[in-house]
Design a protein around this ligand. Structure first.
Ligand code: SF4
Length: 344
């Protein structure tokens, strides 16, 4: 499959709202625009730069990684003299900042019905199903609810809260819409591609999750992978118990900075006889952590998705805040898992 074909397919699948983009540039009188795109949409940067320049502004495409709405490139925009940031692929999380910011959610234009119908047999004997999705498919939740109703199921959509904007929406660090209804449902149907948010829903609710993937037109249960992931998390906590020296990671991205939590967990670790260094960084990578060979384990206060879903990337244990509390005996593993507290 050619790169051009893949790029055409992405353009057809997502709504980049080019007209609204041009209108906003004109309305703001923007002369220099920074375009931020998540990894899967970055290839559209050059095409969108042309759209921006047609509207009369100079376009600069941010090539740095961007994984979420927490990661607005304000510092880069300031140093580049930008007067409008256009952030693609996420809903608004951070209130309007120093530089005007336009969010374009890049809603998916594909039909979800086939994937949902394939998911129905996997919903077992569930009478009540919780519906969750990412912002790309949020417009499909009412259709999904209707399809489930036609199959004799009651579908429930949790209210938006925390860092998410829409009812039923989940992001990697916020499952409040799922948690709000987890006591009322037998399991969750996640609509969307990839496994990260579906696994996160399972970890945050301790309920079974079935995925309806509209890109693959497929559906599958996540039970086995959730069990495997829980075993990996337990193994990481167990391994970190031997650690004497800890690094506590503080994110430098605008919506990932949790200095207070980092200092609190440092103090708790120190009370338990551990030596602790606070480490600030923009990207948590294995290479970055390998620069500190004397540190035995890490507690991560940046994006909780880091290290949670692929332990194998890291040579040393990288725990979430609450996993560190389990290590210290301040929380039990059962409480962590049954109350869906791993992601914090
Ligand atoms: S902290 Fe992580 S999961 Fe949350 S918005 Fe940022 S990148 Fe996404």
């Amino acid at each position: 499959m050619s790169v051009a074909f893949i790029q055409d397919a992405v353009v057809m699948m997502f709504n980049f709202e080019e007209s609204r983009l041009k209108d906003e540039i004109k309305k703001q009188g923007a002369k220099r625009v920074l375009i931020q795109l998540p990894e899967g949409l970055k290839a559209d940067g050059p095409r969108l730069a042309v759209v921006v320049e047609e509207a009369g502004a100079l376009a600069i495409v941010s090539s740095d990684p961007c994984y979420g709405a927490c990661d607005l490139a304000f510092h880069d925009a300031e140093s580049l003299g930008v007067d409008l940031v256009v952030h693609y692929g996420h809903s608004r999380m951070i209130p309007q900042g120093r530089i005007p910011t336009m969010y374009i959610e890049a809603r998916a234009k594909i039909n979800v019905n086939t994937a949902i119908m394939k998911a129905i047999p996997l919903l077992n004997h569930w009478k009540t199903v919780g519906l969750v999705t990412t912002v790309q498919h949020i417009q499909t939740l009412d259709t999904a609810k209707g399809l489930l109703h036609d199959q004799g199921k009651r579908a429930v959509i949790g209210r938006a809260g925390g860092r998410v904007k829409y009812d039923g929406q989940v992001i990697g660090c916020d499952y409040s819409s799922a948690r709000a209804i987890s006591g009322d449902v037998d399991g969750f149907l996640f609509i969307g591609g990839g496994k990260l948010h579906a696994l996160g829903t399972a970890l945050a609710t301790a309920k079974p999750v079935v995925v309806a993937d509209p890109f693959e037109k497929n559906a599958y249960s996540l039970n086995i992978e959730v069990q495997k992931l829980l075993k990996q998390r337990w193994a990481s906590i167990f391994e970190a118990r031997k650690a004497e020296k800890f690094g506590v990671l503080i994110g430098l991205k605008s919506g990932q900075k949790r200095v207070k939590e980092a200092i609190e967990i440092k103090e708790k670790l120190e009370k338990n006889g551990k030596k602790v260094t606070l480490l600030a960084l923009r990207e948590v990578t294995s290479e970055a952590l390998m620069q500190f060979p004397n540190i035995d384990a890490f507690t991560n206060t940046t994006c909780p998705c880091v290290a949670l879903y692929d332990t194998s990337f890291f040579l040393k244990p990288v725990l979430t805040l609450n996993e560190t509390l389990v290590l210290l005996g301040a929380m039990s593993w059962e409480e962590l898992y049954k109350k869906g507290l791993i992601i914090r």
